[in-house]
Design a protein around this ligand. Sequence first.
Ligand SMILES: NC(=O)C1=CN([C@@H]2O[C@H](COP(=O)(O)OP(=O)(O)OC[C@H]3O[C@@H](n4cnc5c(N)ncnc54)[C@H](O)[C@@H]3O)[C@@H](O)[C@H]2O)C=CC1
Length: 490
Amino acid sequence: MVKKKTLGFAKHTNRASEELTRRPWRCGGGRCRGCRSRRRGAGPSTARVETSSVSIPARIPSPIEQTQLERAFPELISSLEFYKKEREREREMAMKRAATTTIQALASSGISSSTRRLHCLRYALCALVSLHYIAQASPGSKKIVGVFYRGNEYASMNPNFVGCAEGALGIRDWLESKGHQYIVTDDKDGPDCELEKHIHDMHVLIPTPFHPAYLTAERIKRAKNLQLVVTAGIGSDHVDLKAAAAAGLTVAEVTGSNTVSVAEDQLMRILILTRNFLPGYRQVVNGEWNVAAIAYRAYDLEGKTVGTVGCGRIGRLLLQRLKPFNCNLLYHDRIKMDPELENQTGAKFEEDLDAMLPKCDVVVTNLPLTEKTKGMFDKDRIAKLKKGVLIVNNSRGALMDTQAVVDACSSGHIGGYSGDVWYPQPAPKDHPWRYMPNQAMTPHISGTTIDAQLRYAAGVKDMLDRYFKGEEFPPQNYIVKEGELASQYR
Ligand SMILES: NC(=O)C1=CN([C@@H]2O[C@H](COP(=O)(O)OP(=O)(O)OC[C@H]3O[C@@H](n4cnc5c(N)ncnc54)[C@H](O)[C@@H]3O)[C@@H](O)[C@H]2O)C=CC1
């Protein structure tokens, strides 16, 4: 049976608002994980506030400490009281005021002896930890974990580079101003990684396909507080969707956010392969000049047959972009396009995939990775392709049988293979696709242009906002909802 988890705390707090005022860490509902964990002895008195590098014991000060604090920083205490009572906006202001008061009190205390300075620092630390605790434990406060690729020295080179861990989708201030905890990391694999430290108590996970945090059934089992997974991008195959559905999680992605970015990239890869571009580039870099080595298998795209396997949002944009090149366009999908759209793109529907493939000079994949599409291009299917076929796969690496692609590229049966998706990601140094001939591979980049990042960051923010308010997401964004997988994943 599917366990449903409460989405959005607006409803949640209404149901038990009085209880929340008295015991802010409890929802008052019998199914509340907070209450259950407290009964198991993991209540706030023993809770720890995790940050990416330190772990501070978070607890409400004892009455004695409170009196000491009151004496030391009366303004701070009244701010704390105010903070507890008032609504969200006022609470934010009170938090800022309390922090300022602490700093001002420190600065104006005229401390001369080191002992007094130590006392003062202790009080200040205690007050700040209390503030932090209240921010964590206030009604509806969520722990949100983002897993993105690291920006390193490039992080500060473009203010719109929000897709990296340092950019954190540009939503840190917004989330923290609402009292939520936002942990961002790129450390996602292995038992000692940073992500593992937060699995047990995170409420929301924001993974991205470019640096996938693999949310396995085993991790889902341990993610007792998890309610929502929002993929920053498109393609949520890094999540065990069946396990997510069984656990009552919502999985959503920012549908449409990078379709243009991928369609443009595919067009580029088709041209790079058709014109045999990369060997020419390598010659130049290596100080060589050998026209024949390129020209003997460089072609025009005009007149060639291009087939897309999968023709949803990206596939259709690709067909529209290919139309002016005067190719023969074919598509295979579960669903036939509207006749109007077929006319617009000039593409012909092929119901039988295996009948379409041998006709194609260029095959492009535009499918999600599902149980049905995993390993779709195995040895047998690749053998049915035209000799010298060019393949562009920006969908997912696992659509291909890795070794079958290596063998076909090595024998020349595949004349060129290009894409940006691998399994696993990041691709290990010894991944055979790095070393096979006739490849024009890159890291996973096509859907993470700056334009795409801004779109998927805005989409994630919109969905988080709706989640906090207990509102529905745009329907096309749901991959798992109320125990059901989106139709193409079933
Ligand atoms: N490399 C990158 O940066 C990116 C890669 N992608 C990948 O591209 C995929 C497609 O993206 P969209 O076009 O936006 O998705 P979409 O959902 O709009 O289109 C997918 C199409 O595949 C069809 N399909 C699904 N299963 C099928 C099957 N078994 N047989 C035949 N057709 C099937 C669906 O009917 C649908 O028309 C994503 O799922 C993702 O894996 C998406 C964005 C960025």
